[in-house]
Design a protein around this ligand. Structure first.
Ligand code: COA
Length: 178
């Protein structure tokens, strides 16, 4: 698979190639979301830490919000990548989740959700997890075309190219059944 180079970021704009007459376009920041949750006793596991399934649920909800804002339709989760919890969260900790649409297909939107634990005393945020989720926009229960995404910053453009690669990897895993 080709490496993502600075030249690609500066000179290529494949996101414009897929625009059809009548398509709506949206930027990444138009749908970005930030959610905060405090870890209360009902979210703890037997080890006294945040139960991973609850964090996963918050990740899915925050990702879905960005996807819904992008397409203005109901969405359903199709795939979730990369769950690796780098740090535990404890009672009273604040979890911050930030979601951005990184890539779109025809009816699908890939969303990156970064999860942080925020230190109440200093406001310092430490990264806990980066997940990529795929949502499908549904109209009358059927996949429906979503607005085109226009990445503006170098980071957003790099994410678009990386999103194309992740999409290829998902397709080949589906094909091979692994
Ligand atoms: C997602 C769903 C609508 C796809 O239905 P389908 O008949 O396979 O539809 P299509 O083949 O037209 O695929 C629609 C899109 O989903 C994508 N897709 C399907 N399976 C995927 C997977 N495992 N990973 C990533 N994308 C996937 C396709 O690539 C296509 O993308 P595009 O429109 O951007 O090109 C269907 O599988 C579904 O309803 N799944 C349940 C989702 C759900 O209920 N989630 C909540 C938790 S249970």
């Amino acid at each position: 698979m080709e490496n993502i180079t600075d030249d690609m970021i500066q000179n290529l704009s494949p996101w414009n190639d897929g625009i059809k007459p009548g398509d709506i376009t949206k930027t990444v920041k138009e749908s970005a979301c930030e959610q905060a949750y405090q870890v209360s006793p009902r979210y703890l596991n037997a080890a006294g830490r945040l139960f991973g399934g609850d964090l996963l649920s918050w990740i899915d909800l925050t990702g879905a919000l960005a996807a819904k804002r992008h397409c203005n339709m109901p969405v359903s989760t199709v795939a979730i990548d990369n769950i690796h919890f780098a740090k535990p969260l404890h009672l009273g900790d604040i979890a911050i989740l930030i979601s951005n649409v990184t890539h779109v297909g025809n009816s699908t939107m890939e969303v990156r959700v970064n999860s942080y634990v925020e230190d109440l005393a200093t406001g310092h945020r430490s990264l806990v997890n980066t997940a990529y989720l795929v949502y499908v926009a549904l109209k009358d229960e059927k996949p429906s075309r979503v607005p085109r995404l226009i990445p503006e910053t170098d980071i957003e453009k790099r994410e678009w190219f990386a999103g194309e690669k992740r999409n290829e990897i998902r397709k080949s895993r589906r094909k091979e059944g692994i």
